[in-house]
Design a protein around this ligand. Structure first.
Ligand SMILES: Cc1cc2nc3c(=O)[nH]c(=O)nc-3n(C[C@H](O)[C@H](O)[C@H](O)COP(=O)(O)OP(=O)(O)OC[C@H]3O[C@@H](n4cnc5c(N)ncnc54)[C@H](O)[C@@H]3O)c2cc1C
Length: 386
């Protein structure tokens, strides 16, 4: 209910009652029906990318009663992630929240250098250079903080499901990997990751742009993403946990820096089609990484989680419609996931699976601006051969 509805309603009720046209009881019944259909009490649990977006959009637009819950205390609220995304897409999404994405950009990428396994030889070409078209590093935490400004959030709280069920009409599970309020998934796939925030002395930064090193069989990769002013995120994800720690240690030893922070968190790569149910059949509904919106080839979850949150805003009164919209929007994620799964399990064969590879190539080529990088077929084949 919008604030201006209240005096208008009270006035209408007063006129109807004093005119004796209908009974007071009947008017109060109609008023109750109106309140039930327009006011929804919504709990948003988890204030990451999706949760912050929903807090902003649902609090500002619908006029519902919305409360957010975040397990971390406000002073320790963090956005564990390498903070890379595509500027064009995020500019549009951020505009819907009344914010200007450009002001959060910390580094504008020009090239991404990707090294492959040194023991393998692709005609002496052991690396590729990808031209970037809008890929940036942005201050993810600051954007989250600005999105939730003025909304009601209880920090340092992991609310019990039964309490939420008695107090709210809808419980949005935006807890990312944790998926605390939804049924457990069977046979899902996730990649354990570690990440350091580091600072290099002036002139000692090893790379001035995006750098990746792919691990064998596409089990994961190491990343170096510059944050500007000598700061960087370096980290790695590796399905088998063998390469990541070793390579990060090697890199930290080779290029001396000050370690400011170390974090660890898995990233879910099972796509939405493998993360059903999105709901517990009662009041809880999932959004973002809790229902698998991560593009498995890149480990990219910021844009997909934001898109997913927007789909929920649009279908807040039609959860079946939301489920269908998510399935449609993220259909290609299933093909990408199957490709990664085949690679990790050592079952991928270019001869047999080239149609799947071409399908992914075509999708990304058509949407270069969305992925923020130039897509070449030859590079795709090189990636598939790792
Ligand atoms: C190391 C790492 C690096 C990454 N780098 C990138 C990148 O560069 N670019 C990119 O696009 N994607 C990246 N991703 C993926 C991306 O970060 C996630 O997919 C995306 O943030 C998911 O958004 P979300 O809102 O669904 O969940 P999250 O952003 O994970 O937010 C979940 C929130 O819920 C809170 N929470 C959890 N459980 C509870 C609970 N029970 N009660 C209350 N609060 C709870 C958490 O504290 C957190 O704040 C990376 C992931 C990892 C692990």
């Amino acid at each position: 209910m919008r604030p201006w509805h209240i005096p208008v309603f009270l006035h209408v009720i007063y006129v109807i009652i004093t005119s004796n046209l209908v009974s007071t009881k009947f008017v109060m019944f109609l008023f109750g029906v109106y309140l039930n259909t327009t006011c929804m009490k919504i709990a948003v649990v988890g204030i990451g990318v999706a949760g912050a977006y929903l807090m902003n959009r649902l609090s500002n637009v619908s006029g519902n009663y919305v409360v957010g819950f975040e397990r971390m205390p406000e002073s320790k609220h963090d956005a564990v992630c390498a903070w890379a995304t595509c500027q064009t897409v995020m500019s549009n999404m951020t505009k819907k929240c009344g914010l200007n994405f450009e002001t959060y950009v910390m580094h504008e990428g020009k090239h991404m250098h990707v090294d492959f396994d040194k023991e393998r030889d692709y005609g002496n070409d052991k690396s590729i250079d990808i031209r970037l078209k809008g890929m940036v590093i942005y201050d993810k935490l600051k954007l989250i903080q600005d999105m939730i400004r003025g909304t009601r959030i209880e920090f340092g709280k992991v609310p019990k499901k039964e309490n939420l069920e008695s107090d709210f009409d809808l419980i949005i599970d935006a807890t990312g990997f944790h998926r605390n309020y939804l049924p457990k998934l069977k046979g899902e796939m996730w990649i354990p990751c570690i990440q350091y925030k580091v600072k290099y002395e002036s002139g000692k930064i090893p790379y001035d742009d995006f750098y990746l090193k792919a691990f064998p069989s596409m089990n994961g990769y190491f990343w170096f993403f510059p944050l500007g002013n000598g700061y960087a995120h370096i980290g790695a994800g590796d399905f088998e946990r063998r390469q990541s720690n070793m390579f990060v240690e090697f890199f930290l030893n080779k290029y001396k820096c000050e370690v400011l922070k170390k974090v660890g968190r898995p990233v879910r790569i099972s796509p939405p089609a493998y993360c059903e149910p999105f709901t517990d059949g009662k009041k809880s509904i999932g959004v973002g990484e809790s229902i698998g919106t991560v593009y498995a080839l890149l480990g990219e979850g910021i844009i997909p989680a934001t898109w997913c949150a927007e789909l929920l805003v649009r279908h807040i009164n039609d959860l079946q419609g939301y489920r269908n919209a998510v399935m449609k929007k993220f259909r290609i994620y299933t093909s990408v996931y199957r490709f990664i799964q085949l690679k990790i399990l050592g079952k991928f064969s270019i001869l047999k699976h080239w149609p799947e590879l071409i399908k992914i190539y075509k999708h990304m080529k058509d949407e270069e601006d969305r992925y923020g990088m130039e897509i070449k077929l030859m590079n795709m084949f090189k990636v598939a051969k790792t």
